[in-house]
Design a protein around this ligand. Structure first.
Ligand code: NAD
Length: 356
């Protein structure tokens, strides 16, 4: 039987509650589709600071590197908010992305049919549901470029640099094309090539790589237009590939279509099949320990793990379908529907398991 090893970082706040439900779902999917999953727990964030003094212990990096993939809950909380930046829980998030070479961030903006009315976008625009995938470059561009400050004649200035090399663009663009091949074979590359030199290099590179993917229909869009089109006519998009800063902004915008932060999954991929899977939301300290957190974003992140790291497509589809069915039978308070029973975190996990 195939066996997959998963490093599990439960983290802080609601992290342990939502990860426990996700492990139940992974186990159920394994039982049904004939694979085994084994888990190795490790610390990151506030709980790691309490236990070891640092947010990302070396042991955690080692365990993650020795695993097939990583499942992460969420980190952070008020208790650690006054620590200096490099010792705060969130430093662990940046540190682990760098340590594991996670250069591609995949954020699905998917709305399940039962939640269409929870979206801020009108039903007539959404139709029966939406399914967009934003592929964001995660380790380059302006967030990592040269920056500084200066002062001349008493006037202060500051600058940040958007810089991309051709190999950096090639590898993220290939992730976009490969994903488009597996989906509806449409890829939209987003840039600002009318103004930025780095975007012109981006576009040239996309055009060159596109020759390797003749089956994929490629389009280009300026980022300002894309921001508008995501609200005006989101159904025109399937896979969007873009730079770090544009992806940061557009993926947040696109994800709001789904209606609730408790539904939003993500994957961060390295070269090969290794990836880290986590919900978009944080550790929600306001509801931690109350047993009411929505575990579906983490469960949907695990579905991405099944698809992208393990190639278990049937199991991934089954988990997503089970989430869809569960949403018709009950809801956690964040997505409550008066016509349906209100469920706890554990009851929602059980319902997904039942529907697999
Ligand atoms: P948050 O995402 O934790 O919470 C925002 C709001 O959404 C809260 O009202 C919360 O109750 C609700 N919410 C979030 N997830 C939910 C879920 N699964 N089910 C139901 N409701 C949910 O953002 P925040 O309050 O700004 O941050 C709290 C802590 O999390 C901070 O320490 C922050 O730094 C950290 N954080 C961590 C990550 C991460 O681990 N990747 C991401 C964002 C924020």
């Amino acid at each position: 039987m195939k066996k997959y090893s998963i490093a599990v970082i439960k983290g802080d706040g609601i992290g342990p509650e939502i990860v426990d439900e996700t492990i139940k779902v992974l186990d159920a999917a394994g039982k049904k589709f004939g694979f085994e999953t084994e888990y190795k727990g490790c610390l990151m964030g506030g709980c790691a600071i309490d236990a070891t003094g640092v947010p990302l212990p070396q042991e955690t990096i080692d365990i993650c590197k020795a695993s097939d993939s990583v499942l992460l809950g969420a980190v952070g909380g008020e208790k650690w908010d006054t620590l200096p930046g490099h010792l705060r829980p969130e430093a662990g998030l940046l540190g682990i992305r760098a340590a594991l070479g996670l250069f591609a961030n995949l954020r699905p903006a998917k709305i399940f049919e039962p939640l269409v009315d929870a979206s801020p976008i009108k039903r007539e625009i959404i139709g029966d549901g939406l399914d967009i995938m934003v592929v964001r470059e995660l380790t380059g561009g302006i967030y990592f470029g040269q920056r500084g400050r200066s002062e001349e004649n008493g006037v202060k200035s500051a600058y940040d640099t958007e810089k991309y090399s051709v190999p950096e663009i090639e590898r993220i663009v290939r992730v976009g094309f490969d994903l488009a091949l597996k989906r509806s074979k449409r890829l939209c590359s987003v840039d600002k090539a009318n103004v930025l030199e780095s975007s012109r290099l981006w576009r040239e590179t996309v055009l060159r790589i596109s020759k390797e993917y003749p089956e994929v229909e490629l389009s280009h869009m300026y980022v300002d237009n894309c921001a508008m089109q995501l609200v005006r006519n989101p159904a025109q998009f399937d896979v969007i590939v873009t730079s770090n800063i544009f992806g940061d902004i557009l993926s947040d915008e696109a994800s709001m279509i789904s209606g609730s932060i408790g539904m939003l999954a993500s994957a961060s991929l390295a070269t090969g099949s290794f990836g880290l899977y986590e919900p978009i939301h944080g550790s929600a300290p306001d509801i931690a320990g109350k047993g009411i957190a929505n575990p579906l974003a983490t469960i949907l992140s695990a579905a991405m793990m099944l698809r992208y790291s393990f190639g278990e497509n049937d199991a991934a589809v089954a988990v997503e379908a089970a989430v869809d069915r569960a949403l018709r039978e009950g809801r956690t308070p964040d997505i409550a529907d008066l016509a349906l029973p209100k469920l706890s975190t554990v009851e929602m996990g059980d319902l997904v398991v039942k529907n697999i």
